[in-house]
Design a protein around this ligand. Sequence first.
Ligand code: ZN
Length: 179
Amino acid sequence: MLTLCFSLFSLLDHKLVLINLISNCLTANAEIIILHEMGHVLGLVNVFPSACSVDCSTSNVYTCPKAAAEYSALGLSSSDLLVDSASCWHWDEGAFPQSTGSSELMTPFFESYLAQPITRVSIAALEEATTDYVVDYSTANSFPYTGSTAADKAFKALVPDSTFRIDLGMIDDFEPIAA
Ligand SMILES: [Zn+2]
C-alpha cells in the first residue's frame, strides 16, 4: 500500500515540467529524491522523446554509443548497459552493483548509506538524449564513488539514510516511494 509519499515528474507537451513531492516526502532524503526527479526531467534515462529510447518490451539493452562506452569503461561485471525493464526509465539496478560500494542516482533503488553518484554514464546519456545538450564530463562523480576527485569535492554524491525503491508501483508518470 502506498501510504507515505510519492514524487511526480511530467513532460507535458514537452513544455511544462512539474515536480511534486507531497509534504511527508520532505524528509532527510528529500534532496536526493528531488535530484533524481530532476534527472528525469532532463531526460534520464531512456525517457521519451529521447533519441536513445529503447522499447523495454523487446529489449532493455541501452544501445546508444556514448553511455554504452562510458559504462564499458567502468569494467563492471555486465558488458551491456541495461535499462530497468520494469520502469524502462532508470538504469538497471544490477548494472551498478552494490558490491562496488556505490549505486547510481538514476537506478530505481536507493540503498541506505550507499552513495548515489551521478556517473559519466548518465552524463553521456544526457548528451545523446537530445541534439542540443552541451554536457561537461568533468562534473561527473567517480564510480565507484571515492569522494576524493575534484568533481566529488565540488558536488558530493548524496547518500540516503534508508533503503527504498523509488519506482514501486509506478503508474504512468508517478513514482510512489515506499520508505
Ligand atoms: Zn525515477
